[in-house]
Design a binder for this molecule. Structure first.
Ligand SMILES: [Zn+2]
Ligand SMILES: [Zn+2]
Length: 329
């Protein structure tokens, strides 16, 4: 089969590899679409993936075309979305419910061959069957949505909160769509890219601007979400948290990124700084939210490119063009 391949640091191409065969409790999925995200850029620069080469792609959905000998829950022809998380279920973190912090954390498309290929293999336990009203080619959005759901899982109830989101790429916009459902009093969005701000406005944010100073909220926001991973945005956001408020580090920074905190302010104003990592018990709920129409795939998916163009698609994403880019094998 044809597959995208991160060959070595900075080097991405297309290759031909043997078709996958399922283990006893695995299925083979014919990929309908596979999304690209910041994680794929990290993998390209030699971070996250323990070793290269790797077939990337952790955001995908498709049709089951093969089942292992001990699979009874799914059959050929079923349409599924795949939670990429692979936990050991044995380490201290797994045993205390923090599976996403597993000491042997692994994921399809990050540590094992992923969905940027014609076929991918997945444990049956990682597959969520798609309801009739969800198109297979849109369901690659469920994985990033499940990360956004996890983001809200780490927070206290935000009913009536004023929320500020840094970044209106796919993840910032997903955080916006969910924020609207949390009963927030207002949800403001910041981005330096005017096209992206236009989408945030279209989705109904309260205000959108390039700089928080334009929003006239000197008392700060109850919840500040970084969905950029960018050092300047994070530093600015840390200073915009209201008393008793929370800063959520949701965007993925480079390993070397640092920011300065003000310990006295954190003490004196009871500020919480927290983070959320990937997916934890949130994939199923994201699939249900998605089926319920929490977001419009036609807005969120800006580009559907053939798998052959995977290297270009990655460059396009790195350049900040479009929103969610998916490749279609
Ligand atoms: Zn992703
Ligand atoms: Zn574990």
């Amino acid at each position: 089969m044809k597959a995208a391949l991160v060959e070595s640091v900075g080097k991405v191409g297309l290759t031909t590899v043997p078709d996958p065969t399922p283990g006893p409790r695995q299925v083979v999925v014919k990929v309908a679409a596979c999304g690209l995200c910041g994680t794929d850029l990290h993998i390209r620069q030699g971070e996250f993936a323990p070793s290269l080469p790797l077939v990337p792609g952790h955001e995908f959905a498709g049709e089951v075309v093969g089942t292992g000998a001990e699979v009874t829950e799914l059959a050929v022809g079923d349409r599924v979305a795949v939670d990429p998380s692979l936990y050991c279920y044995e380490c201290r973190f797994c045993r205390t419910g923090h599976n996403n912090l597993c000491e042997r954390w692994a994921a399809i498309g990050v540590t094992t061959a992923g969905g940027a290929a014609e076929y991918a293999v997945a444990p049956v336990a990682n597959c969520v069957r798609l309801p009739e009203n969800v198109r297979t080619q849109d369901a690659a959005l469920i994985e990033p949505l499940s990360c956004a759901v996890r983001g809200y899982d780490v927070l206290k109830s935000q009913l009536g909160a004023h929320i500020l989101i840094y970044g209106s790429g796919t993840m910032g916009l997903m955080m916006l769509e969910l924020a609207k459902r949390t009963g927030a009093a207002s949800v403001d969005v910041l981005d330096l890219n005017e096209d992206r701000l236009a989408t945030a406005r279209r989705l109904g944010c309260s205000a959108a601007a390039a700089n928080a100073d334009e929003l006239d909220r000197p008392q700060g926001w109850d919840l500040v979400v970084d969905a950029t991973g960018n050092a300047a945005a994070i530093q600015d956001g840390l200073g915009r948290v209201a008393k008793a408020g929370t800063f959520l580090q949701f965007g993925v920074s480079d390993y070397a990124t640092t920011a300065t905190i003000e310990p006295y302010k954190i003490y004196n104003q009871e500020i919480t700084i927290t983070g959320s990592m990937a997916v934890l018990h949130s994939y199923e709920r994201a699939a249900e939210l998605f089926a319920g129409g929490v977001l419009d795939p036609e807005i969120f998916i800006s580009d559907r490119l053939p798998l052959d163009e995977y290297p270009d698609a990655l460059d396009r994403f790195a350049a900040g063009k479009g929103r969610k880019i998916v490749v279609v094998p």
